[in-house]
Design a protein around this ligand. Structure first.
Ligand code: GLY
Length: 559
């Protein structure tokens, strides 16, 4: 079969040529490093590290700062997963995923005839799950931080109150989502100044958000869940026909969970458990790939093997994954090396012969969500991915409180067999139920070598997240790239359904593309996939190397 043969010289040439295109060198630092999607937020994290904070203090500072400077995905009104690995060896995940309101019902996004109501799960207040971010960040700070909430929130409060200079990408993010942002009064007032688009160089101030942040900093997360912001959330729900009540907010809990632990070629892989599918799929795919010859990155043989692993893992996602607090999820089986061996045999025995079907490029468009990675001087590490789901969430701003709300309800199975925002077709295990958490793809990941942190990484990108993390991880561990090359390298994605192998438009050789098509892969092309923020610690020197994905406008800052 072709995947066993040697790669063509022209393929190898293109593989080598695409790597240095963006690649300068990673940012280096002897002490600490923060990599996030937005430079001011990375700087806020470093400010906290230099003030004596640890990686968790810095991560919480970055999380609140992104809610101010990167409002398309940074948030108070969304949720996510924070993977923490303290230098005493204790890893933990803070699950602060949103939760379906108590009044949610299984078919709430369908009409009387069982048809999905267009946009009902993505735009407006019914799309909102009870937000978890404030509880999650506060819990991380209380249990693992050392400076306290008031100190670590200070940069975010300052940025909201005094404002910051609008960058090209910030102005563009508002311009491109204008039709969503102008639908709701509170959102239009803040982001569109009642019709006048922000231009690069303008100053963007958010006094309502500054007040909300100051309230949380002073009174703790209970201020958000039962104080003035809670009243404002419920009033906004009532205005726009949403479901979240005071009771939903008051009962919300972030949950501490054991991370999943996998092994790959001598490295230990820590990642997120359900209700994210991310860690389960990442470990399942690494188990399949572990003993295989992965050839050169982005060559036909390597894409073939990875794509086959992706398809199988995403097929399992659709069938088995959901909130494990509600139904049994067979995580142990899915992450078992013996199960992977069976899938591997199947891949090697049955080369691709997939029928080519017309795809739905719409389903792959969003890179929404955001990730940041932090390492401190003591070797503590945090990988945090959080989200509003779509860019700017459901479009509704909590009036008077200045923050946007998520549209995470769309991550549930809104109707079996119908694709969500990311084209994912999902199963019974992820059906909507009161107080259940929707299945996520977020994959905050930490790789250990000999018990020490080696890599900290994660990415946005909806259903593509796990595959982005897989490829960047392999680029460092297998293909020996530095972290900047690893994130700059072209990426591809296969999620089993729809049956498409999506390649980034730039960076794959025409020979490789032809070979994939000839082998039966239904290839399509898309623009950028993901925005990976990664830190590596060199085991010999202890230096930290950071890289922010050149696909985004973020920055790694070290010292
Ligand atoms: N909202 C995207 C995810 O959680 O996967």
């Amino acid at each position: 079969m072709p995947f066993k043969r040697l790669i063509l010289a022209s393929e190898l040439l293109s593989v080598l040529l695409v790597l240095p295109a963006y690649a300068l060198t990673p940012v280096s630092g002897r002490n600490g490093m923060v990599a996030s999607s937005e430079p001011l937020a990375s700087q806020a994290g470093v400010e906290i590290l230099q003030a004596g904070g640890n990686a968790v203090d810095a991560a919480v500072a970055v999380g609140f700062a992104l809610a101010v400077t990167f409002p398309r995905a940074g948030n108070l009104g969304g949720g996510g997963f924070m993977l923490i690995r303290m230098n005493n060896g204790q890893p933990i995940v803070v699950d602060y995923r949103e939760q379906a309101p108590a009044a949610s019902t299984r078919d709430m996004f369908q009409d009387g005839r069982g048809k999905l109501v267009p946009h009902a799960s993505t735009i407006g207040a019914r799309a909102v799950g009870t937000p978890g971010t404030v509880m999650g960040l506060a819990m991380a700070e209380e249990k693992y931080g050392r400076l306290g909430l008031a100190r670590v929130m200070a940069p975010a409060i300052r940025l909201a109150r005094d404002g910051f200079t609008v960058s090209d990408s910030f102005a563009e993010s508002i311009r491109s989502e204008r039709s969503l942002l102008e639908k709701f009064d509170g959102t239009r007032r803040i982001f569109l100044r009642s019709g006048r688009l922000y231009q690069p160089g303008d100053v963007f101030r958010q006094p309502d958000l500054a007040r909300t942040l100051a309230n949380i900093a002073k009174h703790g997360p209970q201020a958000f869940y039962s104080g003035a912001p809670a009243k404002a959330i419920v009033a906004t729900m009532q205005k726009y026909n949403g479901l979240i009540t005071h009771d939903d907010l008051e009962q919300y809990q972030a949950k501490l969970r054991a991370p999943l632990l996998g092994h790959f070629r001598g490295f230990d892989i820590l990642s997120a458990p359900p209700p994210s599918a991310g860690g389960t799929l990442l470990i399942e795919m690494l188990n399949i790939l572990d003993p295989l010859d992965l050839s050169a990155p982005n060559s036909y043989p390597s894409i073939h093997l990875l794509a086959e692993a992706m398809r199988r893992a995403y097929a399992d996602r659709a069938t088995y994954l959901g909130d494990a607090d509600f139904s049994k999820v067979p995580v142990a089986g899915l992450t078992s090396p013996r199960y992977a061996a069976k899938l591997r045999e199947e891949i090697l025995a049955a080369p691709p012969d997939a029928p080519i079907r017309a795809g739905d490029p719409q389903s792959f468009e969003s890179n929404a969500t955001t990730h940041f990675s932090v390492v401190d001087a003591e070797g503590n590490a945090v990988a945090n991915t959080y989200t509003l789901n779509g860019w700017f969430g459901c479009g509704v701003t909590v009036e008077g409180a200045g923050f946007l709300l998520n549209n995470e309800m769309d991550d549930f199975t809104t109707k079996p067999g119908s694709p969500n925002l990311f084209g994912l077709v999902q199963g019974e295990a992820n059906a909507i139920a009161p107080r259940k958490r929707p299945l996520s793809s977020m994959t905050p990941t930490i790789v250990l070598s000999d018990g020490k942190v080696r890599l900290v990484l994660g990415s946005p990108g909806g259903s593509t997240i796990t595959n982005t993390v897989l490829q960047v991880l392999l680029n460092v561990l297998v293909y020996k790239m530095d972290v900047l090359q690893a994130v700059a390298s072209p990426r591809f994605h296969d999620q089993w359904s729809p049956d498409l192998l999506s390649l980034e438009r730039e960076g794959f050789s025409s020979d490789t593309i032809k070979m994939l098509q000839k082998a039966g892969y239904p290839v399509n092309f898309r623009d950028n996939m993901g925005d990976c923020e990664v830190i590596e610690i060199d085991s010999q020197s202890g230096w930290r190397f950071g890289a922010s994905d050149p696909r985004g406008d973020g920055k790694a800052v070290g010292y």
